[in-house]
Design a binder for this molecule. Structure first.
Ligand SMILES: [Zn+2]
Length: 241
């Protein structure tokens, strides 16, 4: 598990493959049990439930998940959902007054972006892939959390596929160009630079970045690398015990 500073009142946690009970192809890189947190990737439902329970015990929070669909919808929770999913969305804001609940986003190459106010009163998890970038889901979540809280917002960007690895057909790179996200692979072909697009949408916001590529770093699940695989999570928590 990787922890980054999010804001003075909030911290960002990004999970890795190791530390769970899922077996191949959802296992850890060393052949031990995997901490797959995705419930729609073909893994045994009992294993995913145990992994999610372990994570919540370790972090001492209830994680609020969303049904991610690469869309533009945003969900705002002002009270616990009490469900396995807060709803169909790609951006989830939690708070205020929910210190024991934390928004979570599931990824395997896409960018997990976490947002929090200065105090941590409102925290958000955003799923930014190629489509999310073009749909401005991050900018919309940022705008909403700032409007709801009236506080400055901070961000943390978790491990995701890098521009050097994320090869796409030329037309998709062209589509990403207006969003500042056209890139080039290490072998010189068109790619998408998700981090550059994310940074552009976060202009003016203090950002901490993990700087790790999920495809190159075997500690993380990567859809591009492995096809059928698990999902890691980004979770925005309050600072403190
Ligand atoms: Zn890479």
């Amino acid at each position: 598990m990787l922890e980054l500073r999010l804001s003075p009142g909030a911290r960002a946690v990004f999970t890795a493959r190791a530390g769970g009970v899922s077996i191949s192809p959802y296992g850890a890189e060393d052949g031990t049990g995997g901490l797959n947190l995705g419930s729609h990737v073909g893994d045994h439902p009992g294993a995913v439930a145990e992994n999610r329970a372990r994570l919540e015990r370790e972090l001492r929070v209830v994680v609020e998940w969303m049904d991610q669909v690469h869309g533009a919808d945003l969900c705002v929770l002002t009270e616990p959902s009490g469900a396995a999913s807060a709803g169909v969305a790609d951006g989830l804001i939690v708070g205020p007054g929910m210190p024991e609940h934390a928004p979570g986003v599931l990824v395997a190459d896409c960018v997990p972006v976490l947002l929090a106010t200065e105090s941590g009163s409102h925290r958000a998890a955003v799923h930014v892939g190629r489509k999310g970038l073009v749909l401005d889901i991050l900018a919309a979540t940022l705008e909403r959390i700032a409007a709801l809280s009236g506080e400055p917002v901070h961000a943390a960007v978790g491990p995701h596929i890098c521009a050097g690895c994320y090869e796409v057909p030329e037309e998709l790179a062209a589509e990403a160009h207006p969003y500042g996200a056209a890139g080039t692979t290490r072998w010189g072909t068109p790619s998408i630079d998700l981090a550059a697009g994310v940074r552009r949408q976060l202009a003016g916001v203090p950002v901490t970045e993990a700087g790790l590529c999920t495809l190159e770093d075997l500690r993380f699940y990567s859809y591009r690398r492995d096809g059928t695989t698990g999902r890691c999570a980004g979770i925005a928590l309050l600072v403190g015990p």
